[in-house]
Each structure stands twice: as structure tokens, then as C-alpha cells.
Design a protein around this ligand. Structure first.
Ligand code: RTP
Ligand code: MG
Length: 143
């Protein structure tokens, strides 16, 4: 099994609900380690760039408006099979279809405001981590 990194975003709805700690707690309980973290309010440009793959999708404008509506917490998580482990914790994109006990089932209301983002592959993770963090902002655990 490989130690991987993945990008997590706690989205504006979850920050507004004051559940940053509860979401971090789930990462920790699953053995994922936070190796980089920052809170920021995304600019229009930064949000559009992040979701560039969805530019032609009908929900793109609303997605960018939502992601810039308040602060987010962006983190790099490290652990065994981190990409899939994190996606499993998140649950399905639509909270109404998310398995019981997942972050989206417990903290999200709608597909548009679904509490968290997680990279969907190792390739996406590498790109997304680099989109938010310089190498020196990532702090691998040495103990
Ligand atoms: P994310 O990228 O945020 O982790 O979510 P995801 O992989 O589960 O979903 P993705 O297909 O990448 O879509 C990105 C975000 O766009 C919004 N969305 N809305 N109205 C819709 O049909 C729709 N589909 C997607 C969601 O907020 C989704 O997280
Ligand atoms: Mg996605």
C-alpha cells in the first residue's frame, strides 16, 4: 500500500456551520494526517481556475459563486491510499445519495453546497496540491 497525498477543501457552507473541527476529526480517526493547511477566501479567478475542468458544465457559474461566498479551509492530507480513503469519508457528491455516516450525509444539504472537496485521483491530487501550496508549505510528519 502506498502513502499518498490528497487535497481537501472544507467548503464555505461547512465553515459557516462551524464544523471544521468535526471534519478534521474524521480525517484523524481514519488515519489521515494533515500535512498542510490554510484558511482563505477564494477569489473569482482562483475558484474558476480550480474548477476549470467544469467550465462548460451548466452548474459552473453557481459553483464558482458558492466557492467564493465565504472562507474555505484547504488542507493536504497524507496517508495510505489517501485519495480513496478521503473520498470514502466524504460520501457521494449529492448528499441525498451519500452513505450514512459520511461527511456529506452528516453536514451537507444539497449537491450545490456539499461541505467538502476531495481530489478524485492521484493525478488530480498532485495538480490540486500544487495549485494551493508551495513545497515549503507542506510539512511531512517525521514522528
Ligand atoms: P468535488 O470536486 O467538490 O470534490 O466534488 P465531486 O468530485 O464529488 O463532484 P464533481 O463532479 O467534481 O463536481 C464538482 C462540484 O460541482 C458541484 N456540482 N453540481 N448541480 C450539479 O449537477 C452538480 N454537479 C456537481 C458540486 O458541488 C460538486 O462538488
Ligand atoms: Mg471533483
Amino acid at each position: 500500500m502506498a502513502v499518498e497525498r490528497t487535497l481537501s477543501i472544507i467548503k464555505p457552507d461547512a465553515v459557516a456551520k462551524n464544523v471544521i473541527g468535526q471534519i478534521y476529526s474524521r480525517f484523524e480517526q481514519a488515519g489521515l494526517k494533515v500535512v498542510a493547511a490554510k484558511m482563505l477566501h477564494l477569489s473569482q479567478e482562483k475558484a474558476e481556475g480550480f474548477y476549470a475542468e467544469h467550465k462548460e458544465r451548466p452548474f459552473f457559474k453557481d459553483l464558482v459563486a458558492f466557492m467564493t461566498s465565504g472562507p474555505v479551509v484547504v488542507s493536504v492530507l497524507e496517508g495510505e491510499n489517501a485519495v480513496i480513503a478521503h473520498r470514502d469519508l466524504m460520501g457521494a457528491t449529492n448528499p441525498k445519495e451519500a452513505a450514512a455516516g459520511t461527511i456529506r450525509a452528516d453536514f451537507a444539504e444539497t449537491i450545490d453546497e456539499n461541505a467538502v472537496h476531495g481530489s478524485d485521483s492521484a493525478e488530480s491530487a498532485a495538480r490540486e496540491v500544487a495549485y494551493f501550496f508551495a513545497d515549503e508549505e507542506i510539512c511531512p510528519r517525521t514522528r
